[in-house]
Design a protein around this ligand. Structure first.
Ligand code: NI
Length: 171
């Protein structure tokens, strides 16, 4: 396992839709393990493959930051099946350092994906876990938490980030 570099806002991989994973081969298993390592080192409670520069649909989540092994979730090709409720909480992103904003997200969601053994997993998430899934899923769609803010706030932050990171293709 080796931690990888977390890429930042403005890198094209973060601004496009990630590709579905067709085969869970050794490369994917290594990617997943490296992502877990990267997430713990950051430290963060969630990471999406585009954040390490890989445009594939894979996310890792662990609310315990590695304290409880059974809280680690690795999901391949996740799909959000249902969303319910609403919650507004402050959040940030390892790819957008120094910015934290209150973001409105569903309070409950049902998510489905595959684990590294290729087994289909379906789970319900509430509160913070739902928030993290939603945040990481957005990364697979090429979106950031900033995209869920009001248009005014969003454009102000985008302007600031474009200056900071030199984004060339505004979304
Ligand atoms: Ni993020």
């Amino acid at each position: 396992m080796a931690a990888r570099k977390i890429i930042k806002f403005g890198h094209p991989v973060l601004h496009r839709r990630a590709e579905p994973i067709i085969n869970i081969n050794e490369e994917i298993v290594t990617l997943a393990r490296d992502m877990v390592e990267t997430m713990y080192l950051a430290p963060g409670i969630g990471l999406a493959a585009p954040q390490v520069g890989v445009s594939q649909r894979l996310i890792t989540v662990d609310l315990s930051l590695g304290e409880k092994p059974d809280e680690l979730i690795i999901l391949i090709n996740p799909e959000i099946l249902e969303e319910e409720g609403e919650a507004i909480e402050e959040e940030g992103c390892l790819s957008v350092p120094e910015i934290r904003e209150k973001v409105r997200r569903p309070d409950r969601l049902k998510i489905r994906g595959f684990n590294l053994e290729g087994k289909e997993i379906e789970m319900e998430a509430y509160g913070l876990l739902a928030r993290v899934f939603s945040h990481e899923f957005d990364h697979l769609e090429g979106k950031f938490f900033i995209d869920r803010l009001s248009p005014l706030k969003r454009s102000l932050i985008y302007r600031r980030l474009k200056k900071q990171f030199g984004l060339t293709s505004p979304s």
